[in-house]
Design a protein around this ligand. Sequence first.
Ligand code: PAF
Length: 273
Amino acid sequence: MKLVHSPQELKSLRKTLKGSVGFVPTMGALHEGHLSLIKRSKLENDHTIVSIFVNPTQFLPGEDFEKYPRRYEADKKICEIAGVDLLFMPTPQDMYEKDEVGMYAPKIKGYILEGHFRPGHFDGVLQVVNKLLHITNPTRAYFGKKDAQQLYLVQKMVREFFLDTQIVPCDIVRDQDGLALSSRNVYLSQKERQKALLIAKSLKKAAKMVQSGVIDAEEIKKRMYDILEPIKLDYVEIVDREFNQIDQIKIGDTIILVAGYVGSTRLIDNIWI
Ligand code: PAF
């Protein structure tokens, strides 16, 4: 595995790669969820590039940028063992100039749900993903469905900017107890973790209701609110795959989303129906 810090060096190396290239962008503190993306990339491509960059522009003032887990040495080992070919670990100075051109998330779909509670977050996400895709120029890039709105907006950006990369959505990976894997789970105490499990429980219940024939979004949300009562919720929402709010579940075209705080930790999770 080759470790690269400079975007220019990575661009040059990329040009020497023959065949297909898979790319897995991450902010590090790698877990089984990231590993599943890396494994898939390795299966589907001749070469795999992983980036680890805690991107400052996607954190709002007062969010956890400073305390976001940074485990660079452990992450390098994980990538090495997973058979990553190129590991890209730039610094903010490598990635950003002063007074940047910038990217703007769409005014509607970038400012609902996550974008409503974290205004400007998706500007930063799209800005860095755009840069990363230009640097790595991958055949395929792998994104988890857990960040469903991010995935949707990245797909939209790639389409609108006529980029050649295929965005590959990857299934959510859960711990045995059902908690969706996230680098932020390390913030949770044992007690908080038990509370956090209610999120997955509410989504499971929603899926069961759909299975038993309930398609009314309000009815499903009402039952979810009951389960989620101990959690300080930002939202429980039911949308189609284009992130339009819907009143009735459409099988194969629905995402049920939850975001909320357990203690001071903000968690998101969802289920694709
Ligand atoms: O999902 C993430 O980890 C980040 O938002 C990403 C895509 C690596 C951009 O910083």
